[in-house]
Design a protein around this ligand. Structure first.
Ligand code: PXP
Length: 249
């Protein structure tokens, strides 16, 4: 049976990573976000990290002002980020754990262990009209705690599944997939909207996309990397054309 269309949220953090490597204004994350919108993305995700290693405050402002599709503001549950989120009032706020030394978001949020604080943390965000999402593992305790504290959404962390798949450990990836399926069904049964993301690629996305309760996928690093291969050839051809034109006269 055909399922309702799943939303695709495109994470544009790593456009900012490339820009910041040069300390210039190029490439612009908003331009990438608008391209994603034109290509059919249903939303844009951007993670304002405490250390501002990729997305910066001005990027969040520009995305909020310039996008026609929903903005999903990903951040740690800190007072600084709450103040920014309450000022910007994005469509969604996805809370993630954040460690300075990590390369990317490594694990899920411990909602069960921090339930009291998170209940108070998300209340003003909900009052401001943001859909609050918890980025968690598939563990039933974390799912149940997310429902209890009043989150609207859980985003299930697919990073472990993706790593196992990439390492060719397919039996373990299959077991992780089963746990994600069970987690998605449980979350849905509690009234939570279910999203998923992290590490998804052309090769590993299908079984996650097929989980009936998963309404949205958030995908970033692979898409930005793939765009190099899809776009480098035409960028070089255009540069060649301009160089040749400059010398033709
Ligand atoms: N969802 C969340 C909550 C994330 O933290 C990230 C990474 O920033 C993603 C999705 C996208 O992961 P990836 O860049 O590996 O596709």
């Amino acid at each position: 049976m055909t399922q309702p269309k799943q939303r695709l949220g495109v994470n544009i953090d790593h456009v900012a990573t490339v820009r910041n490597a040069r300390g210039s204004a190029w490439p612009d994350p908003l331009r990438a976000a608008l391209l994603a919108e034109a290509a059919g993305a249903d939303g844009i995700t951007a993670h304002l990290r405490e250390d501002r290693r990729h997305i910066r405050d001005a990027d969040m402002e520009a995305l909020r002002a310039g996008l026609g599709i929903p903005l999903n503001f990903e951040c740690a549950a800190t007072d600084e980020m709450a103040a920014i989120a309450l000022r910007l009032k994005p469509h969604a706020v996805c809370l993630v754990p954040e460690k300075r030394e990590e390369r990317t978001t490594e694990g899920g949020l411990d909602v069960a262990g921090d339930a009291n604080r998170l209940t108070h943390f998300i209340a003003p965000l909900r009052d401001a009209g943001c859909r609050v999402s918890m980025f968690i593992g598939h563990d039933a305790r974390q799912i149940e705690a997310s429902a209890r504290i009043g989150a609207a959404v859980v985003e299930l962390h697919t990073g472990h599944y993706s790593d196992l798949h990439a390492e060719g450990r397919f039996a373990e990836a299959e077991a992780e997939l089963s746990a994600l399926r069970i987690g998605a069904a449980f979350a849905h049964s509690l009234g939570l909207e279910v999203h998923a993301g992290h590490g998804l690629t052309f090769d590993n996305v299908a079984p996650i996309a097929a989980i009936p309760e998963v309404r949205e996928l958030n995908i970033g690093h692979f898409l930005i990397g793939e765009a190099i291969f899809e776009g480098l050839g035409s960028a070089i051809e255009e540069m060649r054309r301009r160089m040749d034109l400059a010398r033709a006269g």
